[in-house]
Design a protein around this ligand. Structure first.
Ligand code: SF4
Length: 316
């Protein structure tokens, strides 16, 4: 006989959560999922229940589940979906369509930054630059900056991102092994702005395992992208993920134990990590540790490559 749900004791259990010793039916799972988001936001004081909050949505399952879950958990808050159209051929259009579908379904405001239309290049153009083998690194810098721009346009001081438990724990491992303490500290649940007028970055899914984002999307009929980015590749982070899965096999609480340890270590780490000395970027005015910020340097490189390509000169 199939097991019954540990919460409602009436419907058949469909989801097994060994770390919580729960077997839940679809409905109780959705409640469990949104309650955890609510508790995480409240425990870490990410925002008030009537705040205006920007939510970075890429079209992927994590950020789409985040927007839906936040809306369920905080019906009085005002959410604005922020999306960067990266102009990646055969991929970005699909992502944007999914985002547009979800905001319509939830009746949420949408703010889009269209890279090709507004800046005249796409992420694909980095293939013609020195970033050809690390397009994701350039893309990450571009997105981080543009989400800040979008938050400014949407007039929100809080930017929620879809980093889940697996993302954070695997990045922790990566930064730990590379002794990158300043980046390790930046994984904390609420990241204060580097300069006044910038956003507080919050991670409401920091306690949510990645596979539960997918389940939540499926049970709630949330649209999300089904295509993979052509620039994605299996990297060190993926290998860290595999290590994590291996370590979690006999201990379903392993990732939570790591997260708890990290949260306890943050104040100690912060006391030892030197804060970067920031000034305004000479081009865009955003905070930067050098004269010209990382975003503007990459924009310069990619635009130069486009100009060279259009003139028919050999590639850099
Ligand atoms: Fe950008 Fe890389 Fe993600 Fe593609 S896989 S969207 S290039 S970060």
């Amino acid at each position: 006989m199939p097991a019954t749900c540990s919460r409602c004791r009436s419907a058949a259990a469909e989801v097994n959560l060994p770390y919580a010793k729960l077997r839940l039916c679809a409905r109780c799972f959705k409640d469990f999922y949104t309650n955890r988001i609510r508790r995480t936001v409240e425990d870490f004081k990410m925002f008030r229940s009537d705040d205006r909050v920007g939510v970075a949505v890429s079209g992927g399952k994590d950020s789409m589940a985040l927007l839906h879950g936040l809306k369920e958990a905080f019906p009085a808050a005002e959410f604005v979906a922020l999306h960067v159209d990266l102009g990646i051929r055969g991929y970005s259009e699909h992502c944007r369509e999914k985002v547009e579908e979800l905001v319509e379904m939830l009746d949420v405001e949408l703010e889009v930054f269209d890279l090709q239309r507004e800046l005249g290049f796409s992420i694909d153009d980095f293939k013609d630059t020195l970033y050809r083998r690390k397009v994701c690194s350039a893309c990450g810098t571009i997105k981080r900056h543009l989400f800040e721009v979008l938050a400014g346009r949407a007039k929100t001081r809080v930017l929620a991102t879809g980093h889940n438990l697996d993302d954070v724990v695997s990045m922790m491992l990566n930064n730990f092994f590379n002794r990158n303490w300043s980046q390790l500290v930046r994984l904390k649940p609420v990241l204060e702005p580097l300069m006044p007028n910038q956003t507080f970055k919050v991670k409401p899914l920091i306690k949510t395992p990645e596979d539960e984002d997918l389940l939540y999307c499926l049970y709630s009929e949330i649209p999300f992208r089904e295509e993979n980015c052509p620039h994605a590749h299996v990297g060190r982070l993926r290998r860290n993920r595999e290590t994590l899965e291996y370590l979690s096999k006999d201990n379903p609480n392993f990732k939570y134990q790591m997260l708890r340890t990290f949260l306890k270590l943050i104040p100690i780490l912060e006391g030892h990590v030197e804060k970067p000395k920031l000034r305004k970027c000479e081009v865009c005015g955003y905070p930067s540790s050098s004269q010209i910020c990382a975003f503007c340097r990459r924009v310069r490189i990619v635009k130069e490559a486009r100009r060279t390509r259009n003139k028919g000169e050999p590639r850099l």
